[in-house]
Design a protein around this ligand. Sequence first.
Ligand code: HSE
Length: 445
Amino acid sequence: MTAPQETPAHEPTSPGRAPLRVALLGCGVVGSEVARLLTVQAADLAARVGAPLELVGVAVRDVAADRGPFVDRSLLTADAEGLVARADVVIEVMGGIEPARSLLLRAIAHGAAVVTANKALLAQDGPTLYAAADSAGVDLYFEAAVAGAIPIVRPIRESLAGDRVQRVLGIVNGTTNFVLDRMTSEGMDLDQAVKEAQSLGYAEADPSADVDGDDAAAKAAILASLAFHTRVALSDVYREGIGAVTATDVEWAARSGYTIKLLAVAERTDAGVQVRVHPSLVPLDHPLAGVRGAFNAVFVEADAAGELMFYGRGAGGTPTASAVLGDVVSAARHRVLGGRGPVESSYAKLPVLPASAARTRYQLRLDVVDRPGVLAQVATVLSTHEVSIEAVQQSPAVPGTPDGTAHLVITTHRSVESALAATVVAVSKLDAVRRVVSVLRVEGA
Ligand code: HSE
């Protein structure tokens, strides 16, 4: 008698269903990795989906350029519009607003599920895409749009759907985290660290989208919308980049028990939600303080779950492709088994508050005239504006400041941003204050 043939665990059975047609828009660092994974993991993906995934075309601007060994040249096409009309699942990794938006809308209109990594498009015009996907009854997935490989969209949308998120703190831009880390660990100044980030391929030749906080702001808008079931647009996000962070700020942060991180902060208050991106002092014992190099992490505080942290690689071809492929499998499973993934949840419609309404802690560093009564004058200004002092440190003159200067480091209790801003103006007008050296928000404490 012949023994029944067992299928080896590493060779999944190929389902008998007709292949699902997958179209890829864009074939750069991420797209070529998506194509590679679709090829080398074809058998596993087919088993997980219940049908083979067939790459039917790759839309690129330059069809003559070499796309590596995993992209069959015959699949390359400049006719992206034609391609999306003959696909079951469309993957958009081209970036930018147009033509990505039109192509995704066209794909949806043709009944395709769409998977996109396009944070700028989602942050700027997510509701249009959601509405189109909803009326066409197709999936819209975007795990790769926030923090690359890190599963964070799905956990917030699905795993925490039974909870109430209060706050999200994210290191969602790897380039700026790398730059701040080099400034912290090597004492580099910002320009040196940015140059190193460029030479390692983290930062673009024009690093402004990262350095100015634009990239992080787009991700913050997406995270906040998901976390608070409320539409938060890119224009709702207050944004301050790392361009003004100095080596001295970094040094003082360490002296006072903090490290500086560019944080995306999204929080719920009694009055609504507030979303901002800015350099922040993070206590050295907070989990986010240990996120080094170009890594990303998202720290979530929810009523029932408590504190959660999601950590990993936020950029790069292969990590981002991992997130894209996870979405492709979900969307493809729905094609095979029926059903749909989550749709936009914006029912809560919480008011989105301006930056001036934010409540956080601050650290002010001031160069002041070192004479009796100056500390009292400064403290009076804070008290007049209802800003409560938590700690004061005074150090002798910092090198480079005139004789008779003292350096004051004041950390406040939680205060309203507008009160703090007025305080800084008033403090800077005091005769005894030579310079407001820096004002940094303290988060995670
Ligand atoms: N430029 C981004 C970063 C990656 O440095 O994290 C893509 O969002």
